[in-house]
Design a protein around this ligand. Structure first.
Ligand code: HEM
Length: 232
């Protein structure tokens, strides 16, 4: 069904239809977040069995699935622009960008809170922060930048800033936050990734590896969009 056209409806209808459309977008992004977390949980559950020979699932593994789901969702919200630019019919996928981004922010916030408030024995504050200053700073910075995007994604802010400046601001802050989140995950998981390619002992790599590669692909696609738009 095509996106409802507001112009050919009697007066009261647009608000109801827009409301229904918005509800559908939000529901789909919540479903996408739940699916990403469920997939991550299953992945880390099976990987732990292959790696350590134990079947078990706990908050530590769940936190990893929150972390990878957050990075996946914010990457998805940004890569849709690049895909839309090069595809003939960008269509409805673009409408999901804001909502996948918002879902990624809230899942990232949950991950940060679970790490330090619900897993204090693993990631004690402030000790863990002093031992991992760059990983902590980049995690927090990514969350603050994604939060700033969430706060300024409303039509009101767009109206005040003007469309062009608003779009540019969201774009640059978005890609900066994505790179910072990749640095955060990279610092914490580098040893695990190198170990994986050294021995393939765990059969499956940490899910953070393919998700960070997905984020890198989104940044590279953005560069292609920028170069192509400059050439037009
Ligand atoms: C205040 C904010 C944040 C804090 C305190 C935080 C903390 C942590 C901690 C403690 C880990 C290690 C987890 C482990 O080894 O099991 C971790 C890993 C990770 N974090 Fe964050 N993080 C924050 C924000 C973010 C954000 C915003 C993202 C993504 C957009 C993110 C993505 C990741 C990823 C992908 C991993 C690797 C998970 C794994 O494979 O083990 N983090 N973070």
């Amino acid at each position: 069904m095509s996106t409802p056209d507001i112009n050919d409806q009697p007066a009261g209808e647009p608000r109801k239809l827009a409301g229904a459309g918005l509800r559908r977008l939000r529901l789909r992004s919540v479903a996408a977040a739940a699916a990403a977390i469920a997939f991550g949980s299953l992945y880390f559950f099976v990987r732990q069995q292959l790696k350590d020979g134990v079947w078990g699932f706990d908050l530590y593994l769940f936190n990893k699935s929150l972390a990878t789901a957050s990075l996946f969702l914010v990457t998805l919200s940004m890569i849709l622009t690049g895909i839309g630019y090069f595809s003939r019919r960008p269509g409805r996928a673009l409408a999901f960008r804001k909502h996948y981004g918002l879902a990624g922010f809230w899942v990232g916030a949950a991950h940060g809170l679970v790490s330090h408030l619900l897993l204090p024995s693993r990631f004690p504050l402030p000790a863990w922060t002093f031992e991992h200053p760059v990983a902590s700073a980049t995690g927090l910075a990514a969350l603050v930048l994604f939060g700033a995007m969430a706060a300024s994604s409303s039509a009101g802010v767009k109206g005040r800033l003007g469309g062009e400046l608003w779009r540019k601001g969201l774009r640059y802050v978005g890609y900066a936050a994505l790179v910072v989140a990749c640095v955060h995950a990279g610092i914490l998981k580098w040893a695990s990734w190198v170990n994986y390619f050294g021995s393939f002992g765990s059969v499956l790599p940490s899910l953070s590896l393919p998700v960070v590669l997905f984020a890198v692909a989104a940044v590279i696609l953005r560069v292609f969009v920028w170069r192509s738009a400059k050439g037009r």
